[in-house]
Design a protein around this ligand. Structure first.
Ligand code: ADP
Ligand code: MG
Length: 253
């Protein structure tokens, strides 16, 4: 019976509950904030600038310590583990900016991704090239010469080099043209289809609601709305707050 249940109900791979965190004493940026990621899901986080979206990813990756709450990954308490340990356990993080080494070739960028385990370079590079064949022809190209979409592909590929179970992506479409945004989002969908679960912070709310299984809306460091992308896209409050003006600019191809 439990086998049937686990088939229909994917396992929770990461959960952060009641997270309170901040950068300076006595000022909490996140308050009782939470997120859950199930095996195979692509989860989105949207919300106004300064809502704490990036902070939530940083907390999960232990770039910032939590003050209260707990974080579990693969049924293990990870809130106090160091970042490099989290990487070894299977968590990858792609920051919003400076996520590739501009002076290194695509291939060397990928190699750097397996810095904790050089044994992974060969098998994982093979996987990355299978997932993103475009990078094969670009392997000797310096990252600084890539388009924004290609550079995101390299950043994602580099994150995959440690064979992660989950990927945390901070605004992968920021600053990209619509065509390059599409490349970045398609790459993320490929990665999730390959079996890696993902949490993605996004400024492009409309696309985020379209492609994610579930989306969390953060406001002032707290959970405001959580639902499937489809339900949120039809929620009048969410439309008014997040899709009204964005919808007009994002809808053209
Ligand atoms: N390194 C930092 N030191 C102090 N405050 C910070 C730092 N990084 C972010 N903040 C503050 O935390 C709040 C949330 O920031 P952030 O998580 O980056 O928001 P979002 O990603 O939702 O735009 C903002 O008020 C921001 O000014
Ligand atoms: Mg941010």
């Amino acid at each position: 019976m439990s086998q049937t249940t686990s088939k229909t109900m994917p396992k929770t791979i990461l959960s952060a509950e009641n997270i309170t965190a901040g950068y300076v004493p006595d000022l909490n940026i996140l308050s009782e904030c939470g997120i859950e990621l199930k095996q195979g899901e692509l989860i989105g986080i949207i919300g106004p600038n300064g809502a704490g979206k990036s902070t939530l990813l940083k907390v999960i990756f232990r770039l910032l310590a939590i003050r209260e709450g707990n974080i579990q990954f693969a049924e293990k308490d990870i809130a106090k583990l160091e970042t490099h340990t989290l990487v070894s356990l299977g968590i990858a993080y792609i920051p919003q900016i400076e996520n590739v080494f501009p002076n290194l070739s695509v291939e060397d960028n990928l190699k750097m991704g397996a810095y904790l385990d050089s044994g992974l370079v060969k098998p994982q590079m093979k996987k990355v090239f299978e997932l993103f064949p475009k990078l094969i022809e670009l392997r000797q190209t310096r990252a600084s010469q890539l388009s924004g979409g290609e550079a995101q592909m390299v950043a994602i590929g580099r994150a995959l080099m440690m064979n992660p179970k989950i990927i945390l992506l901070d605004e992968p479409s920021a600053g990209l043209s619509p065509a390059n945004q599409k490349i970045a989002f398609d790459s993320i969908k490929e990665v999730v289809a390959s079996g890696v679960s993902a949490i993605m912070v996004e400024q492009n709310a409309r696309t985020c609601l379209e492609i994610c299984d579930r989306v969390y809306v953060l406001e002032n460091g707290r959970n405001a709305f959580t639902d499937t992308g489809e339900n949120l896209a039809n929620n009048p409050k969410v439309i008014e707050l997040y899709l009204g003006s964005l919808g007009a600019t994002d809808s053209k191809d």
